[in-house]
Design a protein around this ligand. Structure first.
Ligand code: GLN
Length: 268
């Protein structure tokens, strides 16, 4: 995404506003017609650099982003694609280590970071966040037969595995000297099931997805913290934040955002 950003965004915002207005005041039938028209218009965006919104992510984070065969799928990918679409753009997904996402935004290698990324004060020093789109929490995973750790207070001083550079890493470092950092959440869970560490602190839905694949471990009911996910952009890129927020608001209002979440996360 380069030179023509301003124009594309202006058009996208106008389109988003038109859709919002249509959604507020018309019947379902009319809304569908408006959306159909918008989709047809956007069906063949020019295949130029300006028309591509580059999303940096770490595709080791089910159900938000993960590989299905060769393809990266998940909640963040679908939300970002819907956002790009409403901006008249195509989405390109770049997979990288989680702690490379912010540097990729700062260097201009990527336009947005969508990676189940928690809004933190520290990150706000270098990036701007859009409105939040998911409330999540940090969960604790332990060995299924562990009787010692029953809640957050019990992980103090224990050997805790985390994904490098995540909020789980931050919180674990607050409660113990022995934090084992892995590039992938899956590697932390593997170390746990091999008895190398006592617990893993990681995002709740990811914890559930990883634990579902491993009978040796279980997720504690009580979370460590609650947090909010948002899309990150390079600091000062207000225009882009505003366009994304307009698209997110539309996705929330139309119910599409919830539909995407529900497709990947079954209610308990
Ligand atoms: N939500 C966590 C964070 O922002 C983890 C995100 C991730 O690993 N993709 O640090």
């Amino acid at each position: 995404m380069k030179k023509q950003l301003k124009n594309v965004l202006a058009i996208a915002m106008a389109a988003a506003m038109a859709l919002t207005a249509a959604g507020c005041s018309t019947s379902t039938e009319q809304t569908a017609t408006t959306e159909d028209a918008a989709q047809t218009e956007q069906a063949a965006p020019e295949d130029t650099e300006e028309n591509v919104l580059i999303m940096a992510t770490n595709a080791e984070f089910p159900p938000y982003e993960y590989y299905q065969g060769q393809e990266i799928v998940g909640i963040d990918v679908e939300i970002a694609r819907a956002v790009a679409q409403s901006m008249g753009m195509e989405l390109a997904v770049e997979d990288m280590a989680f702690d490379s996402i912010i540097p990729a935004l700062l260097s201009g290698k990527a336009d947005i970071g969508a990676a189940g990324m928690t809004v933190t004060e520290e990150r706000q020093a270098t990036v701007d966040f859009t409105d939040t789109y998911v409330t999540a929490s940090q969960a604790i995973i332990i060995k299924a037969d562990n009787t010692e750790i029953a809640g957050p207070a019990d992980v103090e001083g224990k050997v805790i595995g985390v994904q490098l550079g995540t909020t789980g890493d931050l919180y674990a470092s607050d409660v113990t000297q022995t934090v084992e950092r892995y590039n992938k959440g899956f590697e932390a869970v593997q170390a746990l099931s091999q008895g190398k560490i006592d617990a893993v602190i990681i995002d709740d839905q990811v914890a559930k997805a990883l634990a579902a694949d491993n009978a040796d471990v279980k997720v504690l009911d009580e979370p460590f913290t609650t947090e909010e996910y948002a899309i990150a952009v390079k600091k000062g890129n207000t225009e882009l934040v505003e366009s994304i927020n307009a698209a997110l608001a539309e996705l929330k209002e139309s119910g599409q955002l919830q539909q995407i979440v529900d497709k990947y996360i079954t209610a308990e």
